[in-house]
Every structure is written in structure tokens, then in C-alpha cells.
Design a binder for this molecule. Structure first.
Ligand code: ZN
Length: 270
């Protein structure tokens, strides 16, 4: 694998052995080098093209020495069709010598500047895609509570939407708002919105994750459980999209159901 291939997996923070890219010579602090390490290809929803496109870097990448085992890499990516530009920055850390023949390196940080030109690929669920992207960006900035707030918004909104469509009252007997837990239970009993993978073990995993999404959790716990919580929320979106009764109402919700078959991409792996 070349370094460009590893960077093309961003925002996943993967570790892999790559071909040496510094010609056997270390890059000290502040030193700059243009490296030949393969191109970087990232996919975004290009706003000019209106579809998902591959954005490619130039043949060479700009590399700046940070420390013995750390380099900063700058890339300018272009939409293959319309030429729209997205800037990307990567911080790469190696286990041993960075300038070795086949160093084991990890993507430590990734930041992209998409302005209004491109967005991350969502799951095709209207306004929820925007919230999913916000959750992911908060997670990439290590903002655990922030990431959970966005997931919670989706969780609550989708439960309420299903309740509205299915005619399940969202208010209790005394006219006040029904506790979320109760509403969710009723909605799930009628429409099975909770993915099997999360509900098979007597709802243990689901309860744990929904507690983290919905209740108060520590910053560390939120970051640690972000990925399963995100999968849970995406699973709920998918279940709702494939529910027959919901299908009829889904157009009104502004979902692009064909896109819902896409894999859960763009997730950080750490
Ligand atoms: Zn484009």
C-alpha cells in the first residue's frame, strides 16, 4: 500500500504499512518536501455536479516535517468532473522510523475544507444527513458530547415522525409530552424501528446505547461509543425507510430512499 491509499481512507484513522515515501532520509521540524506517494482520492457529494464524485489530488503531495515520527501533509483535491476544489490536511504518525523502507503509519488527524462546494456522503435521509455530518465532524474534533447531541436530535425526531405518521399520540394522558422512552417503546412495538442487531440481546445493547445517546455520558464514554451509536441511528433510519407504511409517507419527509442502500461510509475507525 502507498501512503496515498491510506490517506484515501480518511476520515478513517487507519494504520497500515506503506511503501517508504521519504527516500530514506528523515524530515526534521519545519523541513518541507514534495513526495511521490500516490494520489489521494476522496469521495464527496459535489454541490456543483449534484452527485457523488471522486475528488483527486495532484500526483505529488506536499509534506512538512513536524517531529521525528510525525509529518503534516497538504493536498488540494479536485472534482473529476467539474474541477471544484476541496483542501485536505492530514497528520501522519509512524510507529518507528518514518523514513524507513516500509514504515507502519497511522492517520492521526484529518481535516477538510469543503466550503460550500462538497459535502460528506450521507445515507440519503434528507435533513438527517446534515445532522449525521455534524455529528461526525464533532466526533472528528473529539467533541463527544457535541457528537451525541446531533445523534440524539435524529433519534428523537425520527421517533416522533414515525409516531406522527402511524397516529401514535406523542402526548400522555394528562396532555403533557410523553416521556421519550415510552414513545419509543410504542413506536418500536408497532413498527420495529430498532435494528435486530441491537435488539436481539434482549435490548441490552440498545438500552446501553440509547442511554448514552439520550442521557448524560462522560466525554470519554461518548467518544468511545460514538461508532455503535451512529450505527444504531443509521439502522433506525434504514428500518423506517423500508417499512411499508412509512414508505408512503417518506416522500413527504424529503428522503432520497434510493440512497439508503449505500454502505455506512466516511466513519472514523478509531
Ligand atoms: Zn463536481
Amino acid at each position: 500500500m502507498r501512503l496515498g491509499d491510506l490517506l484515501s481512507k480518511a476520515p478513517a484513522r487507519e494504520e497500515a504499512q506503506v511503501e517508504g515515501f521519504l527516500n530514506g532520509r528523515g524530515l526534521s521540524w519545519g523541513q518541507h518536501k514534495t513526495i511521490d506517494a500516490g494520489q489521494v482520492f476522496l469521495t464527496f457529494l459535489c454541490k456543483t455536479c449534484g452527485v457523488v464524485r471522486t475528488f483527486a489530488s495532484g500526483k505529488k503531495l506536499s509534506c512538512l516535517g513536524v517531529g521525528d515520527r510525525v509529518v503534516s501533509i497538504d493536498a488540494c483535491l479536485k472534482c473529476a468532473a467539474c474541477g471544484a476544489i476541496v483542501e485536505a490536511w492530514f497528520l501522519v504518525v509512524s510507529r518507528d522510523e518514518l523514513h524507513g523502507q516500509a514504515p507502519i503509519v497511522r492517520l492521526e488527524r484529518y481535516v477538510d475544507n469543503r466550503r460550500d462546494r462538497a459535502s460528506r456522503i450521507g445515507v440519503g435521509a434528507g435533513g438527517f444527513d446534515d445532522l449525521l455530518e455534524r455529528a461526525q465532524l464533532a466526533y472528528e474534533e473529539n467533541l463527544g458530547a457535541g457528537a451525541m447531541v446531533y445523534l440524539r436530535k435524529i433519534f428523537e425526531a425520527i421517533t416522533k415522525q414515525v409516531a406522527d405518521i402511524a397516529g401514535i399520540p406523542t402526548t400522555g394522558n394528562n396532555g403533557g409530552r410523553k416521556p421519550f422512552r415510552n414513545l419509543l417503546q410504542e413506536v418500536d412495538e408497532q413498527h420495529h424501528i430498532i435494528p435486530t442487531a441491537f435488539s436481539s440481546d434482549g435490548y441490552k445493547l440498545f438500552s446501553e446505547l440509547s442511554e448514552i445517546v439520550h442521557g448524560d455520558s462522560t466525554e470519554e464514554m461518548a467518544l468511545q461509543k460514538y461508532r455503535p451509536c451512529r450505527s444504531l441511528v443509521i439502522g433506525i433510519i434504514r428500518n423506517v425507510a423500508s417499512d411499508q407504511e412509512m414508505k408512503r409517507a417518506i416522500k413527504d419527509l424529503g428522503w432520497n430512499v434510493t440512497g439508503l442502500n449505500m454502505p455506512i461510509s466516511g466513519e472514523a475507525a478509531s
